[in-house]
Design a protein around this ligand. Structure first.
Ligand SMILES: Cc1cc2nc3c(=O)[nH]c(=O)nc-3n(C[C@H](O)[C@H](O)[C@H](O)COP(=O)(O)OP(=O)(O)OC[C@H]3O[C@@H](n4cnc5c(N)ncnc54)[C@H](O)[C@@H]3O)c2cc1C
Length: 405
């Protein structure tokens, strides 16, 4: 959509082919329907912004220089979408409705006279001399002098992103880096009964043989299959890559306090109420549902009163609060991932134009490329920026398209 707008604004004749019955289905469901469209934090230089893309951030330097988060916000505001910046620089439509964003893109697409062909699944793309032949699954064949492929990844296939772009890439002699789920929930069967519980300001770490591989601090969530939420999703990329290795998730419920401070806090509470049941006393410090789990890990009977908790038991409780270890049983399938890592090899795409280095006149944009970012609006920003750059670059040297139904 953004590539079509950028090309049409340069007075090009543009045809937008979408296999589904409507445009922007994945954008519609993004951010739980509220669409975290970018991330804007003042004083963050581009070189730091690209660190939020564990998948080939450097490649995005050119696209983000052409359309950075500020330019993206201006782009949407000029299309009539009021925006709001929330905690952590997350940008949303003020209405919190992703539909407003998609409607605005669609209005602009129509205003510019882009021909939108819905229910038009591209089945093949062939290079023929200086032009491209596009075959639709209904049998129609179209000819263009420039093509932008923005078919997305292969997660949430119900949205239309089923990985078709990877077969186009292979048939056009591009390398496809093997895909894997990034930003995906972790499977931890031992905690499924905690489904629905969310935790704020905890620290989670991934451990292999006791060694911390990565850690994140912020919000997480227990689900009916294990754990999810922003910090877990960010850590999941690593788990996805380490398929055959036995890994643990370690949760620190009190990251701002040292072990000594947690211990002193417990003692303070318990001295005030020495005859209180331990399970009740802990309510001050932990969500209710979590207490039986923590006490079981620390091997302390829940019916014990605080004055009777032994020193060794208290020590074990502190250890658990500072580092609850959970065995990870892998990640959920790619179909449930927020984003697909892997894709079209970035070395084969010119980062200054998004043009293929293998096939002149062919451009790549969005998640189909081997790029992926953390949560917080980064993946959509990558899609807008690469789309805009690809559309603008493709707009140079135009000749009209022909239809042969
Ligand atoms: C549940 C969920 C929530 C998300 N929330 C956020 C968020 O809040 N913030 C954020 O930054 N990112 C979010 N993302 C990620 C973000 O939505 C994607 O990274 C982004 O949409 C990728 O854009 P794209 O244009 O490359 O691909 P897509 O948005 O996937 O679009 C590709 C389009 O190509 C069409 N297509 C595919 N194959 C063909 C074909 N053969 N012929 C014709 N058309 C075809 C598809 O139907 C689809 O409409 C979320 C993802 C999911 C799944």
């Amino acid at each position: 959509m953004v590539a079509a707008i950028a090309a049409a604004r340069k007075d090009q004749e543009v045809v937008l082919l979408e296999k589904g019955p409507k445009l922007g289905y994945k954008v519609l469901i993004s951010g739980n329907g509220s669409c975290n469209l970018t991330n804007h934090q003042k004083e963050i230089p581009l070189r730091d912004f690209i660190h939020c893309f564990p998948g080939n951030g450097k490649f995005l330097y050119g696209a983000l220089s052409r359309m950075d988060p500020e330019a993206t916000m201006r782009f949407f505001e000029e299309l009539g979408v009021a925006l709001t910046v929330e905690r952590g620089g997350r940008v949303f439509p003020l209405s919190k409705k992703s539909k407003d964003l998609v409607d605005a893109l669609e209005r602009e697409i129509r205003r510019l006279g882009v021909e939108v062909k819905l229910n038009s699944r591209v089945s093949k793309i062939e290079k023929e001399g200086d032009s491209f032949r596009i075959l639709l699954s209904g049998g129609a064949s179209l000819e263009f002098d420039k093509v932008v492929i923005a078919t997305g990844g292969k997660s949430f296939p119900g949205t239309g992103s089923t990985g078709d772009g990877y077969s186009f890439a292979k048939s056009l002699e591009h390398t496809v880096v093997p895909t894997f789920p990034a930003l995906v929930p972790l499977k931890i069967p031992s905690v499924v009964s905690l489904a629905g519980l969310s935790l704020r300001n905890v620290k989670a770490a991934i451990l292999e043989k006791g060694k911390v591989l990565a850690e994140e601090q912020g919000e997480m969530l227990f689900t009916h299959t294990g754990v999810s939420g922003p910090i877990v999703l960010t850590l999941s990329r690593l788990v996805s890559q380490k398929k055959e290795v036995s890994l643990f998730l370690r949760i620190d419920f009190k990251p701002a306090l040292s072990r000594e401070q947690v211990d002193a806090g417990l003692l303070r509470d318990w001295n005030k109420n020495p005859r209180q049941l331990l399970s009740n006393a802990l309510r001050e410090r932990l969500p209710f549902n979590l207490i039986p789990f923590v006490l079981a890990v620390a091997s302390i009977p829940a019916e014990r009163v605080t004055a009777e908790v032994k020193k060794e038991e208290r020590k074990k409780l502190v250890e658990t609060l500072k580092g609850w270890l959970l065995p990870i049983d892998g990640v959920l399938p790619i179909e449930t991932a927020i984003v697909t890592a892997g894709g079209v090899e970035v070395k084969e795409i010119d980062p200054k134009s998004m043009e293929s280095k293998k096939v002149p006149g062919l451009y790549w944009a969005g998640e189909v490329i081997d790029i992926d970012g953390v949560t917080g609006g980064y993946n959509l920003q990558a899609a807008w920026s690469t789309g805009f750059l690809a559309g603008e670059s493709a707009a140079k040297d135009h000749s009209p398209c022909k239809f042969n139904d």
